[in-house]
Design a protein around this ligand. Sequence first.
Ligand SMILES: CC(C)(COP(=O)(O)OP(=O)(O)OC[C@H]1O[C@@H](n2cnc3c(N)ncnc32)[C@H](O)[C@@H]1OP(=O)(O)O)[C@@H](O)C(=O)NCCC(=O)NCCS
Length: 180
Amino acid sequence: MSLWDELWDWGAAWAAPVLAWSSMPLLVFEEAWAEDVDRLAALHGASFPGAAWTAADLAALLREETVFGVVARRANAFGSRSAVGFVLIRSVADEAEVLTVAVAPTHRRRGVARALMEEAMRRLYRDRVAHLFLEVDAGNQAALALYRRLRFEKVGERRGYYAHGSVPGATALVMRADLR
Ligand SMILES: CC(C)(COP(=O)(O)OP(=O)(O)OC[C@H]1O[C@@H](n2cnc3c(N)ncnc32)[C@H](O)[C@@H]1OP(=O)(O)O)[C@@H](O)C(=O)NCCC(=O)NCCS
């Protein structure tokens, strides 16, 4: 049985919110909706200073038929849910791409990003997607650790890719995870 068969077996159906304990807070993983964009823009801004996507950017992406997002929400004692992380994916035919993933600085190192990615990968597996690609700054140790943990492998690199990003001229690694 492959890793993704196992993930699929363990996972709840996509339509149902997934509850998971992650160190302390009770988190719910749900699909991203248009109403989320202000909070997602704030999370993105805190994660990518100087290269933040606006709420309008995110709304435009979520309107695309090929794009979906998964949001991790922390439920408080009064029942309201505040987003603490999200991932956006573009999926076309049997290939998909991670557009962005971000977790609130206050909620890092608790498995939130890993759970978000696994939830997105379960959905892609269900949709018969074979390969998931991403680009990551070669100096982003946290992201590299996350992706290696999820069995992504380097398949290429683009020098100077982040010339307008957080690190001018930094190299991007292209990574791929085989889902099938
Ligand atoms: C990268 C990022 C999404 C990770 O989120 P997170 O919720 O803290 O990650 P997780 O807790 O799920 O960790 C997943 C794995 O990566 C490892 N990891 C996460 N952050 C790490 C760090 N700073 N240093 C080393 N390893 C790290 C964890 O140890 C974990 O491995 P494990 O399961 O074997 O313990 C988060 O740091 C972030 O939002 N960074 C800014 C935005 C960004 O860089 N996004 C990626 C762009 S490609």
